[in-house]
Design a protein around this ligand. Structure first.
Ligand code: UDP
Length: 255
């Protein structure tokens, strides 16, 4: 097979040229980073788990009519996606105070918010992804007012659906980050679709009864059992690959 052209390499994923025009292959690495790459490390098996978890969540969201870039999973670490023009905004939805929200407003971690709050961050590593308003987004031309309306409406639907889905497996969806892209159809129409990934790298998930953190905060704050946390999320969703998250197949039964 010819070596695929690498289009982009990020902190946790690599994007390769896809098999057909308009497609990309998204490869999930075990590399982890936090605090804008000030902390880096490896979470063994994370790429395999996030590939599977993100596939599962994107497919479920597709079933309720959320447009996504996801096409299909190719193997343990790769998925085929539609090529989109990424909107340089991280859309964060929060249900409970955690992370930067606790610091910004001096709120104790775990404080339930009076309603779900949506925030926008401008994707710019050199600026540490600053919090921005709709005014900044439209004035600087990062997205049009219609794009923002679409992202907001989709983010709230996604929050409602995923909140219920995770509650069904005894997990609280504290907050999460989404990225959207513009998908150009052959007839020239443009649609805003969900892109990137949804995984314990991009969500905060706490056990419903104990508030145990089952997400990247375990890596951010050196809490241990990071791999186990990602596995536990996959296990609860009923999608833990047989034989664990390794790249190797489980031994096959010999007749
Ligand atoms: N998040 C993310 N990527 C980022 C920043 C945040 O996936 O670059 C996610 C993070 O995992 C959490 C939510 O967005 O689920 C809100 O993050 P927050 O603003 O609290 O930032 P953090 O505490 O990660 O600095």
């Amino acid at each position: 097979m010819p070596r695929r052209r690498r289009i982009y390499e990020g902190k946790a994923k690599i994007l390769f040229e896809g098999p057909e025009p308009g497609t990309l292959v998204q490869y999930f690495k075990d590399d982890a980073s936090a605090f804008n790459r000030k902390k880096t490390g490896t979470i063994t098996g994370k790429g395999v788990l996030n590939n599977r978890i993100s596939e599962y969540l994107m497919v479920r969201l597709g079933e309720i009519g959320i447009p996504t870039h996801f096409v299909r999973r190719l193997n343990m670490r790769e998925q085929l996606v539609r090529e989109v023009e990424i909107i340089p905004i991280e859309v964060v939805v929060r249900n409970v105070a955690a992370g930067s929200m606790t610091k910004r407003f001096n709120l104790p971690e775990g404080t339930p918010l009076p309603r779900s709050i949506v925030e926008y961050y401008y994707k710019a590593d050199e600026l540490d992804d600053p919090l921005v308003s709709e005014e900044h987004i439209t004035a600087f031309g990062w997205a049009a007012p219609q794009d923002i309306d679409d992202m907001l409406a989709l983010a709230l639907r996604i929050n409602d659906f995923l909140g219920g889905l995770f509650l069904g497996v005894n997990l609280k969806l504290i907050d999460f980050k989404l990225e959207f892209g513009r998908l150009y159809e052959e007839n020239g129409d443009m649609r805003v679709v969900l892109a990137d990934e949804i995984s314990p790298d991009s969500c905060r998930l706490w056990d419903l009864e104990t508030d145990k953190k089952l997400d990247k905060d375990r890596f951010r704050h050196d809490m241990g059992d990071v791999e186990e946390a990602y596995q536990e999320v996959a296990r609860r969703l009923g999608i833990l690959p047989e034989g664990g998250p390794g790249d190797h197949k489980a031994p096959e039964m010999v007749q």
